[in-house]
Design a protein around this ligand. Sequence first.
Ligand code: NAP
Ligand code: MG
Length: 481
Amino acid sequence: MPTTFPNYINGEWRAPAATFENRNPANTDEVVGLFAKGTARDVHDAAAAAQAALPSWSAMNGPARGALLFKVADILESRFQQLGEEMTREEGKTLPEAKGEVRRAINIFRYFGGEGSRMPGFLVPSERERVHMFAIRKPIGVVGLVTPWNFPIAIPAWKMAPALICGNTIVLKPASAAPLSAWRIVEACHEAGIPKGVVNFVAGSGGTLGQALVDAPPLKAVSFTGSCQVGNWLHAEASKRRLRIQLEMGGKNPTIVLGDADFQSAVENVVNAAFFSTGQKCTATSRAIVEDSIYDKFVAAITERTRKLKVGNGMEPGIDIGPAVDAGQLETDLRYIEIGRKEAGEPLTGGRRLTGGAYDKGYFIEPTIFANVTENMTIAQEEIFGPVLAVMRAKDFEDAMRIANNIPFGLSASIQTTHLSRVYEYIYRMDAGLLTVNLPSAGVEYQLPFGGTKDSSFGPKEQGPAAFDFYSDYKTVYLKY
Ligand code: NAP
Ligand code: MG
């Protein structure tokens, strides 16, 4: 019998009336767990509990809240191996990638735990005599957090930890495809002794719970990571009530490869960013924009490198790429590959679902490269969120910059070059929220702001000190002495 993971409301594990299955995408025979099918009522109760817990949680001093976050980090760390394995089983990414993500979640809790002792405000001189003026931070209240499946522990962590350290109380709605990793954080919060009602967890269908969340009277803000479609809908609903909102959504991220790049590292960086985690990173490279002078050689090299990648169950050593997360994502990948065939011809490598033997039990797909993709093709414009790379030819640096920016999205971007001036040109002119130079476009740390621009994002950035901009407000004080 698979384990049932209940919702967590007001410090209690609520026995579910109905459940849904969380299955392993590498072996669909395996049910990783049964999760509560939350209802609008559950969301209502969770928001009410969060509201009731708010006064005492926000009145607790910052270092004391920080100490609880450190405890959460310690508990997660004590289960490091288990959490990594569970993530691979529920989401499909390889075990090293999953463990790296668990490590990140632990670090995030420690980072924001430390912020409890800093919580910077402003102290500035007044124009007036004997006036002391300053601004302190205050929490915004009950915050709804809605997270996707692709980073099932890091994204909940990078929303929960700053929300909590600022003194807010939360209702977390995890992705249905991979809710266990987020559940483990909530379990750790419970064990760490975070008071009842401060953290609430309601799993279940996004549509039902999303509506209930934006309708819940105590709610003051929503932080969402996921698709543009859901994000835009949430934005419209939240605006009706003037909820504070933060959206991190899709991307179509470019890597520019110039003729003067360190060739071998450019090959590795593009293949890594395009295909690792099955291309299911919001910061993955889906467009390689390659300067004409090295185009043919580069395309040949990434094709050869990609053919060596091993696709399989991410629990096995030596596997580079796991499965697509579910049948729906696999179907999307295959549909875009068919569109790509019509637009750009047969892919240089990949292009098919993998079948036979153990592959038949999962959603495995070959990493796929289309060459000679041009700007207006669908596969150059729309997010696929799978292991599909569109390679585009650029006449020179200026042409590459123009192509790279000719997209409604602006999440991440990368350039591979040894030309210092072009690096700076790119830094100032590339319209994306996250830039890398001579690194893969994916792979961020938690100490700096995270988020995109254009259609990719809305609202203040996440992570690092920027997280305070969303999760806290200022109270400004003028004092005559
Ligand atoms: P999704 O379908 O938008 O789902 C994201 C979350 O929203 C899930 O928890 C989902 O619940 C929930 N949801 C669904 N419908 C909702 C509604 N009407 N109201 C409120 N919540 C609702 O996205 P996904 O497929 O999980 O994730 C892939 C997408 O996320 C990609 O577009 C990717 O680019 C984006 N992403 C962006 C970033 C970033 O930082 N910019 C990071 C990671 C991923 P259910 O699971 O129950 O449907
Ligand atoms: Mg799953």
